[in-house]
Design a protein around this ligand. Structure first.
Ligand code: ADP
Ligand code: MG
Length: 218
């Protein structure tokens, strides 16, 4: 993947987030303050705007795209999720460094760095009913697929599937981090909104990589 591919990921993530903003807001209304769809929509729109002006030039390192997107999200998004997603993308971009062609191993390292960034900042672990419950299984599934010899499409497909399952698995959890934790046992029975948005972002990555792979074959 080059800089243009990563910019496509961010743009497609913005599309999926915007299309699902009402659902994210409803999830957050159940166990939070009902602003997650709005926050995500605003943040990813800002990221898309930061990357606008056509495809990035060939010589831009792909990592710079993620750093710019993360910076835009931090500066434009309210709530807990803005700094968390912004940090995730900036850390992923830094992990890529000056790598010009992002292959499966490099992207795996970047996703791992993103997860580490979220956990360094938010201190959530798996089972706390947060975005970590989608991101951690996604990174683990990616790494397992990579170890099994899968290429980029297989790795991101595994990650997206695990993120969706991880989001579903937050339903019976009791929140121990973030606003939802104030509800105690009443947070049980609802999907965590941040886990739902993380699943969308990884779905966007899988979609973009699949489209790229299909274009390469065709
Ligand atoms: P806020 O909770 O400030 O209104 P949002 O509604 O945009 O912010 O985002 C809520 C989501 O943020 C939660 O569903 C959860 O996934 C995530 N979140 C909150 N706190 C943490 C944390 N400490 N670590 C990881 N994720 C968190
Ligand atoms: Mg909220």
């Amino acid at each position: 993947m080059n800089a243009a591919d990563l910019a496509s990921w961010i743009r497609h993530a913005a599309e999926l987030v915007t299309a699902d903003a009402d659902r994210l807001t409803r999830l957050d209304a159940a166990i939070g303050d009902g602003d997650h769809g709005h926050n995500m929509d605003r943040g990813f729109r800002a990221a898309t705007e930061a990357l606008s002006g056509g495809a990035p030039p060939e010589d831009v390192p792909p990592g710079k795209v993620l750093i710019a997107a993360g910076r835009a999200i931090v500066s434009k998004t309210g709530g807990a999720s803005g700094p968390l997603y912004g940090t995730a993308l900036r850390r992923a971009g830094k992990a890529l460094g000056d790598t010009a062609d992002v292959g499966a191993a490099a992207l795996g390292d970047a996703l791992r760095a993103a997860l580490d960034g979220v956990q360094d900042l938010g201190k959530a672990v798996e089972g706390d009913k947060t975005m970590v419950d989608a991101l951690a299984p996604a990174v683990a599934a990616y790494e397992a697929a990579l170890a099994d010899g899968a290429g980029l499409p297989g790795c991101v497909r595994a990650a997206a599937g695990a993120a969706a399952e991880g989001a579903d698995a937050t339903v019976p959890m009791q929140a121990r981090k973030g606003r939802a934790s104030y509800l105690g046992a009443r947070s049980i029975g609802h999907m965590d909104p941040g886990a739902a948005s993380s699943a969308l972002i990884l779905r966007a990555l899988a979609d973009v990589v699949a489209a790229e792979a299909a274009a390469g074959e065709g």
